[in-house]
Design a protein around this ligand. Structure first.
Ligand code: F6P
Length: 544
């Protein structure tokens, strides 16, 4: 196990040497800290100086990367090796954004050629819908698109559609994911079925939530326009084209991908169709190009020049050695309001594992608890706990030099908060400073003594600052790929499989058996679950 390696043990000892460090001291001891602990690539500037790391920490984290053979794992992923060993699959979301001239072989087949063939079909379909060449059953141009999918077939494309709304010039795109009937009912109420295209997005095409919503949408369409409308108003994106055909989908409207694309990494594939419909072919290709630029950087740059590697090593340092497992992603851009939600799935479904490559239960902390909201909303919600609470939370602040909506002073005000927060978190305000300030008021000595401790900020709260020029399809592509690769590197350092998701299976299986309970075939459960099911049956029947 990696925790038995000398690299890991040395880091553990090093933690005891540095655990009492304060960022105030690190900065006062080294006036060049900002320039020495920052780097730029692919249009992304990263300042990682406000972290509890020294040159020694960097050296030891690099030794851990070497010990875990990070470079070799990166080559294996990009080269199509079956690194998802519990499912015997390659992991090739990177091939989805590789130029047509690249070659990546899986079982002797160049998958890049296949990928570009399907991408062209998908983009042609999308352009025909956007231009009105393909129309609905009553001859009207499509004005609305409803994407039906969940998890990776929802979060990635919906996050990107929100992020790139500024560039939207196609039909309005809606997303339905929850099996709660309210989601589909509310969405159907917003559209005219004559001008609505439904996309059923599901890697497996068996996901219960998605199929339930898809059949409800199909029924609604048939009720409104008749059975013949289905082939014109439905399209599907899946690896399971057999099940797509069984649904009654027009084969021209069925777009495929492959099991070497993980659901949560699939927005670059035909699962990105809603994005292409919203911003067009050129924008979609720019998104892919931005991600590809990051892929190239990731493969070539040395450890402390390598943006994904830096973020991963620092995060691993905190979660596995510093006992700081909670990480907030805080984009100071309203368009990125679903960014943290997307990466909550990508990160937590990828690295929420506790068994290593040798089948052993690990004796160290793995996956981080990831969450976040856009600034400045978060500041008025949960930042209190980050500044003064007992938990220590690492943060990524993401901002842009230029706003897409440069109205009055908005952007300067927004960014003044952005910089102020990282400064306050790192350096805080000590008791002497607080008392000095309070003495300027008309409070008595006694009142100052009582109030002062509540106004102290200990500081030493760590953060990365990520800055880009402007939010564009290209810069977003690079930013998403940065986080994807960060997650991959962490999985390598922890020796876990970041590409399976067995932890979601048990709940699905039990839900199926509980559905049978509802239909009068009681299963065996513990007393709590049985009691709750009985209560539901009684009250549900009564209420319906
Ligand atoms: O939640 C589990 C999961 O398997 C995710 O990994 C996946 O993104 C999601 O379900 C949806 O799966 P599918 O695309 O096959 O419908």
């Amino acid at each position: 196990m990696i925790s038995q390696s000398s690299a890991w043990k040395t880091l553990k000892n090093h933690y005891h040497d540095v655990e009492d460090l304060h960022l105030r001291d690190l900065f006062s001891q080294n006036p060049n800290r900002f320039s020495q602990f920052s780097t730029e690539s692919c249009g992304i500037f990263l300042d990682y100086s406000k972290n509890l790391i020294t040159e020694k920490t960097k050296e030891l984290l690099s030794s851990l990367a070497k010990e875990t053979r990070l470079k070799e794992h990166i080559s294996k992923m990009f080269g199509g090796d079956k690194i998802n060993w519990t499912e015997n699959r390659s992991v090739l979301h990177t091939a989805l954004r590789a130029p047509i001239t690249s070659k990546v072989f899986v079982d002797g087949v160049n998958v890049v050629a296949q990928i570009h063939q399907e991408l062209s079909r998908m983009l042609q379909f999308s352009e025909e819908i956007r231009s009105g060449t393909r129309r609905g059953f009553t001859g009207k141009k499509f004005e609305s698109v409803i994407n039906i999918g969940i998890g990776g077939s929802d979060l990635g494309p919906s996050m990107v559609c929100e992020a790139l709304k500024f560039y939207a010039d196609g039909p309005t795109v809606y997303f339905v994911s929850n099996v709660d009937g309210t989601h589909i009912a509310n969405t159907l109420a917003k559209v005219d079925l004559q001008t609505t295209l439904f996309l059923v997005a599901s890697k497996t095409f068996t996901t219960q939530e998605t199929m339930t919503n898809a059949f409800t949408a199909r029924d609604a369409l048939i009720n409104a326009l008749g059975e013949s409308a289905v082939s014109l108003h439905f399209a599907a994106m899946s690896t399971n084209l057999k099940a797509v055909a069984e649904f009654g989908m027009n084969p021209d409207n069925a777009f495929g991908f492959w099991d070497f694309v993980g659901g949560r990494y699939s927005l670059w594939s035909v699962i990105g169709l809603p994005i292409a419909l919203q911003i067009g072919k050129q924008g979609f290709m720019e998104l892919l190009a931005g991600a590809h630029e990051m892929d190239e950087h990731f493969c070539k740059a040395s450890d402390w020049e390598n943006l994904p590697v830096i973020l991963a090593m620092i995060s691993t340092w905190y979660s596995s050695f510093y006992h700081m497992p909670s990480h907030a992603i805080l984009p100071y851009d309203q368009y990125l309001h679903r960014f943290a939600a997307h990466f909550q799935q990508v990160d937590m479904e990828s690295n929420g594992k506790s068994v290593n490559r040798d089948g052993q239960i690990v004796d160290y902390q793995t996956g981080q608890i990831l969450w976040g909201e856009p600034g400045t909303n978060g500041q008025h919600a949960f930042y209190q706990l980050i500044h003064q609470g007992t938990h220590k939370i690492s943060c990524d602040f993401i901002g842009f030099f230029e706003s897409l909506n440069p109205i009055g002073e908005h952007h300067k005000i927004l960014m003044s908060h952005f910089f102020a927060q990282t400064e306050a978190l790192a350096f805080g305000l000590n008791l002497e400073q607080v008392i000095f300030e309070l003495k300027k008021s008309d409070l008595s000595e006694e009142e100052i003594r009582k109030l002062a401790p509540h106004k102290v900020f200990y500081g030493n709260r760590v953060s990365n600052t990520i800055l880009m020029q402007k939010l564009t399809p290209h810069s977003l592509g690079a930013l998403i790929a940065l986080y994807e690769h960060k997650i991959f590197v962490q999985g390598v350092l922890w020796e876990i499989n970041s590409f399976d998701q067995w932890g979601v299976e048990l709940g699905k299986k039990l839900a199926k058996s509980i559905l049978s309970d509802f239909e009068g075939k009681p299963g065996i459960h513990d007393s709590s679950t049985s009691g709750l099911i009985e209560l539901f049956i009684k009250k549900h029947t009564k209420g319906s």
